[in-house]
Design a protein. Structure first.
Lengths: 249, 274
């Protein structure tokens, strides 16, 4: 039955996907900066049907104190899904999946930050998934990187993330929820656009060596598109009025 | 801040410097080439009470995997498939850094990455492990204990799991109405392919396979690549705090296929000798 469903809906004869996108199209992305008043930095991202809010606190004093590092800042990251964010209610206690995603998310952000500028301090990144639609770790990384910039943390680059994957013989960009469940491979990638380095790479599913190359290139292309949207969102918050003035002139 | 912490950091930096110097001359501190593994020893069937077991020694890293088979309800959404459940625990025996307690982030990542290789490659044909569709299926537990830790737990655990699954024996059940009865017979598991993980770490500009604990203490980034028997990639996991260049990733994927095949042929041989 699954097989039938897959052929029926994942990709049609015109190359259109279940949500009417082509194989190289991203979902609709919207990032808003500075949405949590109390936070030092924050961002809200809508990535397809994903709705994720990220708040950054810090650099601030570390609790418990023994966690502090004398030569650099500690980065902590919590990825959490709200109980109402999924089809069947998600138990609010952190799952093994959330523990793993928190870890890879932190590791994907860390290379972009100059943590040696804040010894003995901590930066906390809280990623709350309000609605999940496949690709929430990538969407979360995109919002988190923007929120870190909004918090004024010293950075080498933004981190841009996007998944690619395989539906039958097609390598496609930005896997959605249905494609994640019914497709053949899902490969999330996070990328430093100016440094040309990969900071997150995972794969679930089968790819031949050639498909892997194609998939990696496609994901990086997606990351570059996301990067433009991230920059625009930051520009809008910090130079918004100037931009409007220019348009009026 | 205690002064002991400051001195640890100085020692760490000195150790990294020494490591980088040695690597720049093309040598690892234990004398291996960048792309060679430590000695790999696999012993199977050492736990009589388990349906399958394997002990893997990779250098000084030692991991034990045990398979226990039960019957139970299927997972939601996978009503006609057997259930596969994996766990890993770094025992307090493994090193002086480990404290007993619930699995931490590292242990959770470890078992999830090993699980991903087995699950995504469909090593076990779970469709063949359903007894009464939607009601009763085989439930296969694979639990791993890390006995001694000297780096590259990911690969050692992956080889232990794959060896234990490959050589395990499943009880044969008979369906009687809405119940299943153990017939007392055993059968080999439905194996379709052998997933093998290969882990590379980057230290400075050097990419090494099968890192020791000492090398892991100096690493910038880690990449685990799992391939199946036909050479296709089935799972990837980048770990640790540094980035990778694209060329390093593509080269590592190439090496993972070649190295993976070497290790696979060793594991394949287990069934014939055992």
């Amino acid at each position: 039955m699954c097989k039938h469903l897959k052929e029926l809906t994942l990709i049609d004869e015109n190359g259109k996907r279940s949500d009417d996108r082509g194989i190289d199209d991203l979902r609709q992305i919207k990032i808003t900066v500075g949405v949590v008043k109390n936070a030092d930095g924050s961002a809200f991202i809508e990535f397809g049907k994903n709705k994720i809010i990220v708040a950054v606190y810090g650099p601030r004093e570390v609790h418990p104190k023994h966690m502090a590092l004398p030569d650099r800042c500690v980065l902590r990251c919590r990825y959490h899904m709200s109980p109402f964010s999924t089809d069947t209610r998600k138990n609010p206690a952190p799952s093994r999946r959330e523990v793993e995603i928190s870890k890879v998310m932190r590791e994907s952000l860390e290379p972009s930050l100059i943590l040696s500028d804040y010894p003995r301090a901590v930066i906390d990144v809280f990623v709350e998934v309000l609605q999940a639609d496949g690709g929430s770790r990538c969407a979360g990384i995109n919002a988190a990187s923007v929120a870190l910039a909004d918090a004024g943390i010293n950075m080498r680059d933004l981190v841009s993330a996007c998944a690619s994957g395989r539906l039958g013989d097609n390598i496609v960009l930005d896997i959605n929820d249905l494609e994640d469940k019914e497709g053949d491979a899902d490969m999330p990638v996070a990328y430093l656009p100016n440094m040309d380095q990969i900071t997150l790479l995972q794969l679930d599913g089968k790819l031949s060596p050639n498909q892997f190359n194609e998939c990696l290139n496609k994901a990086i292309h997606g990351c570059k598109l996301v990067y433009e949207i991230q920059k625009e969102a930051l520009m809008k918050k910090y130079f918004g009025n100037e931009m409007e003035l220019k348009e009026e002139v | 801040m205690s002064s002991s912490k400051r001195s640890t950091i100085i020692v760490e930096q000195l150790r990294k410097q020494q490591m980088l110097e040695s690597l720049s001359r093309g040598k690892r501190l234990d004398g291996r080439n960048f792309e060679s593994y430590r000695d790999l020893e696999i012993e199977i069937g050492i736990i009589d009470k388990a349906n399958g077991s394997a002990k893997v020694k990779l250098g000084n890293t030692e991991v034990l995997a045990g398979v226990k088979v039960e019957t139970g309800e299927p997972f939601e959404g996978l009503e006609n498939k057997g259930a596969l459940i994996m766990s890993a625990e770094v025992l307090p025996t493994a090193s002086s850094h480990v404290e007993p307690g619930p699995p931490d982030e590292e242990a959770i990542e470890l078992s999830r990455v090993v699980d991903r290789g087995v699950r995504e490659s469909k090593m076990l044909d779970l469709d063949k492990l359903s007894l009464i569709p939607g009601k009763i299926v085989y439930t296969i537990f694979v639990d791993c204990s890390i006995i001694n830790s000297d780096g590259n737990l990911l690969d050692a655990t992956s080889y232990a799991v794959v060896s234990a699954l490959l050589t395990c024996k499943l009880p044969v059940y008979e369906v009687q109405g809405d119940k299943v009865v153990d017939t007392g017979n055993i059968m080999p598991p439905p194996i379709t392919t052998i997933p093998i993980s290969v882990t590379a770490v980057r230290i400075g500009d050097s990419v090494l396979l099968d890192p020791t604990m000492e090398e892991e203490a100096c690493m910038d980034a880690r990449l685990t690549i799992t391939t199946q028997s036909d050479g296709d990639l089935v799972a990837l996991q980048k770990g640790y705090t540094g980035p990778f260049a694209i060329t390093e990733i593509l080269r590592s994927a190439e090496i993972a296929r070649i190295k993976g095949e070497e290790i696979r042929s060793k594991i394949k041989g287990l069934n014939e000798t055992g």
